[in-house]
Each structure stands twice: as structure tokens, then as C-alpha cells.
Design a protein around this ligand. Sequence first.
Ligand SMILES: Nc1ncnc2c1ncn2[C@@H]1O[C@H](COP(=O)(O)OP(=O)(O)O)[C@@H](O)[C@H]1O
Ligand SMILES: [Mg+2]
Length: 235
Amino acid sequence: MLEVSDLRVAYGAVSALDGVSLSVGPGVTTAVLGANGAGKTSLLRAMTGMVRAKSGRVVWKGTELTRLASEEIVRQGVAHVPEGRGVIQDLTVEDNLRLGGLWRSDREDRRKALEEMYEFFPALRERRRRSAYTLSGGERQMLAVGRALMARPELLLLDEPSLGLAPIIVAQIMELVARLSADTGLTVLLVEQNARAALSISERAVVLSLGKVVVEGAAADIAADEELRHHYLGF
Ligand SMILES: Nc1ncnc2c1ncn2[C@@H]1O[C@H](COP(=O)(O)OP(=O)(O)O)[C@@H](O)[C@H]1O
Ligand SMILES: [Mg+2]
């Protein structure tokens, strides 16, 4: 369903992805792991048109994405929650959510999507009139995910949703991702430095190091591989 082949990304002379290939089945949650600088963010950016790949292909449901504009990629059902929680601090919770559904022309459809988000995230309904900056870190991450879901994606790309959050909140975010996947059949690429947390809710995993895939396999196998864990995953 998602097929990345031989993807290369560079920033000037700095190579970030050096021929990355991976495939993801429909409805599967895949953890994308690796140390700081491994190329995880660059992989997501290249998939959503935020950086141009130097070469390689990203094929999603038969459509090649790497030459499309970002808004065209959203229309293909791909949503990206960037590193650092993509919410607009000065807007209310509800306006942030509405922004995510803006490109939908059907008002009724947008209203329904908003209602669904509040059902899924009751805490956001309670805070809907508040500015995003008044939210806690965990709530802000929920809002960022909710905003992405307003576009009703089929493929969700999450970049380090647990970054900077307390362990108990990390567990809540992971549970949320697992519930999303179970309830909606969403396909998820979960980029995380917190490998242990990500592996606990993923079916598959890919480990990157210096822009290359070290291993791709079942999450349980990777979690059980002590040497791999010590070398690349830090637990
Ligand atoms: N905007 C940028 N300009 C120059 N180099 C960058 C930029 N973004 C990332 N890099 C470099 O690309 C490599 C991969 O980075 P990144 O994709 O952010 O990795 P990760 O998300 O795994 O930490 C690193 O060497 C990083 O320093
Ligand atoms: Mg990153």
C-alpha cells in the first residue's frame, strides 16, 4: 500500500537519507526508530513534499507522491503531524481543528469531522474555546493529531509525538495511537526516539542509522533483539 524505494534526501552537501526502502501494509502501524540525526524527520518530509527527494519513489495506493505539491498529497489521504506539535498557539482549540478541515468544501462534512474529534478527544471539547497555548504538552499533542485527522487521512505520519512529555503522558499518547489504528483502520508511520514506547504499540518497525535502513521487521522481533536495542535504540 505504501512503498518507499531507494529514497535519497540531501540538504546541500549533507546527506540525510541514503537510499531508504520500506513497505507498509494497509492498517499497519510501523515504528520508525533511530538516534537523533538518523533521518527519520527527513523521511516524513520527503513523503509529504516538504523537501524534494533527490531520487527514489514514494508510492501510496498507486500514486507517486514525490513530485506532488504538499496540498495534493493531503488530498491523497496523507496527513503529517510534524515535529514540535504543529498547532497555532494563538488560535483556539476549535480554530486549530477547523484549520485541519479547511480544504474540505463540504460544510456539513467539516462539522461532522469536528464532532468526531470531540468524541475521540473529550478533553479538547472541554477546552475548545481556549487558546492552544493554555494546553498542557500532552493536550497540545492531542490537538495536533486531531487537526491532522480533520482531513480524514488514511495514512498518518507522526513525528516524535512523545517528545518532551512525561512518561505517563507518553503512555496516553501511545494508547491513543493504538486506539486510532484499531478504530479507524488508519495506516500509521510512528517516528520515535522513544523506541520502547513506540514498539509497544507497533506491529512493524524500521530502524534507521545515518540515513540507511539497518533493519525492518516485526516490532516484537526488534524489541527482543538485545544487541540491536543496545546499539541503535538506547534501551
Ligand atoms: N534543514 C536542514 N539543513 C541541513 N541539514 C539538515 C536539515 N535537517 C536535517 N539535517 C541533517 O540531516 C540529517 C538527518 O536529520 P533528520 O532527518 O532531522 O533526522 P532525525 O529526525 O532522525 O533526527 C542530520 O544529519 C541532520 O543534521
Ligand atoms: Mg526528527
